[in-house]
Design a protein around this ligand. Structure first.
Ligand code: PMP
Length: 409
């Protein structure tokens, strides 16, 4: 296997982790919601604003040229990071949500018609559900869902019946944010292609956590958020396969995306600029590029192995508590554990944990229909990243054990 990096030196790159919360050392286990930022990313933002800041693409002056170069260099880094064929396949967005809305509105608005089918799964985050509901409402298309089985995996046996020629797009998450399930994305993309449907992968939980190669995956679209992978909030990108992106009409109109404009009409730039109306989040893209460099220096195989090991260890330990239900697969999971305690509502347990400096998440995790199906109001979620440690899991266990005593006293 790959040699282990010095994880404790890596942890020291994250200044925010070194603090107390409510008089206790912070244990940050809410990484699936957003990750912390290393100094390299914070410094890249600082340097950009101290030295290079200007508007991009329009200026003919030095700073504008530098800002444009930095912005486009970041696009190239993201393309490499995802294994895209070229930088033209990368549209900067403010995150996964915006990327999926772009596809649903712009591509879906043109290509999805009444009576056709949008295939999703029962484990989708609201951001890979609601944009399609809006499209279905506008177009008269229908939604279908691949069921989730008891063990938190998709019911692939049901695919044949669901993935019929009326399906125009099959959109699914790579890694579930509440179950930790890792979906067989390459197989799902291949099955979509076989019936002439496009595939969209929600990469919010995978981009910074596992090796990603969109061409090996065979997807048409892949959306992710920068803030979950060490980059600033409001940064992210959508990969679109060149041919598909080129056929997609614009969605937002404005500056930057046009070739020429009259009072009556406009002509548009090719992808990706056609999808980037207005002044973009230049600093966010620069920070995203720095995050890509940082993650690549560690290696996503190593990050994946580290986080999976923490998740499996946490799962085994949490399970020893009385009255606990664990959600999602037993093995082969992303770096998070969803669980529910019979003896405490997820919100109450999260509030209790916070008293001791432990940042968990409790609630529906933007998976309301899935929570309903699982028969719980919500779950607690501990989600890990490469700067977390086994010692922090032990600290969590001490807090959860005390919580059990507190709530059942
Ligand atoms: N999809 C999944 C699987 C997620 O976990 C999240 C974030 N919780 C999103 C989509 C939405 O990401 P963002 O809010 O950054 O757009």
């Amino acid at each position: 296997m790959h040699p282990q990096p010095d994880w404790s030196a890596i942890r020291a790159d994250f200044p925010i982790l070194d603090q107390e919360v409510n008089g206790h050392p912070l244990v940050y286990f809410d990484n699936a919601a957003t990750s912390q930022k290393p100094r390299a990313v914070i410094e890249a933002l600082r340097t950009y604003y101290e030295r290079d800041n200007a508007n991009v693409h329009r200026g003919l002056h030095e700073l504008s040229n530098r800002a444009t170069d930095a912005f486009e260099a970041a696009r190239g880094k993201v393309a490499r990071f995802l294994g895209a064929a070229s930088a033209e396949e990368i549209v900067f967005t403010r995150g996964t949500t915006e990327g999926i809305n772009l596809v649903a509105q712009a591509w879906g608005g043109r290509f999805v018609r009444a009576g056709e089918v949008i295939l999703l799964t029962e484990m989708e985050h609201h951001s890979n559900l609601v944009p399609w509901q809006l499209l279905a409402e506008r177009s008269g298309a229908r939604l279908r869902f691949v069921p989730v089985l008891e063990d938190g995996t998709l019911d692939l046996g049901a695919l044949d019946a669901l993935l019929t020629p009326e399906v125009k797009v099959f959109a699914f998450t790579h890694i579930s944010n509440s179950l930790g399930t890792i979906n067989p994305v390459a197989e799902l993309c291949r099955r979509a292609r076989a019936v002439g449907a496009l595939s969209l992968v929600d990469g919010a939980q995978s981009a910074g956590h596992a090796p990603v190669d969109v061409r090996a995956m065979g997807c048409d679209f892949y959306a992710f958020s920068g803030h979950k992978m060490c980059a600033p909030t409001g940064s992210g990108a959508l990969y679109g396969r060149a041919e598909v992106l080129e056929a997609t009409p614009p969605w937002h109109g404005g500056g930057e995306m046009i070739v020429s404009v009259s009072y009556e009409r406009a002509t548009f730039k090719p992808a990706p600029h056609r999808f980037e109306a207005g002044t973009p989040n230049v600093a966010g893209a620069v920070g995203l590029g720095a995050a890509v460099d940082y993650l690549e220096a560690i290696g996503r195989e190593r990050i994946f192995a580290h986080d999976e090991a923490l998740a499996l260890s946490a799962l085994a330990k949490i399970e020893t508590l009385p009255g606990i239900r664990i959600f999602g697969p037993r093995e082969q999971r992303g770096g998070l554990v969803g669980f529910a305690a019979e003896w405490a509502h997820p919100h109450d347990l999260t509030t209790y944990a916070n008293e001791y400096g432990l940042a968990l998440r409790g609630g529906h995790h933007c998976n309301q229909p899935l929570m309903r199906k699982l028969g719980v109001p919500g779950t607690n979620r501990a989600s890990f990243y490469f700067y977390n440690t086994e010692a922090e899991i032990d600290r969590m266990m001490a807090i959860l054990t005390a919580a059990h005593g507190f709530f059942t006293r």
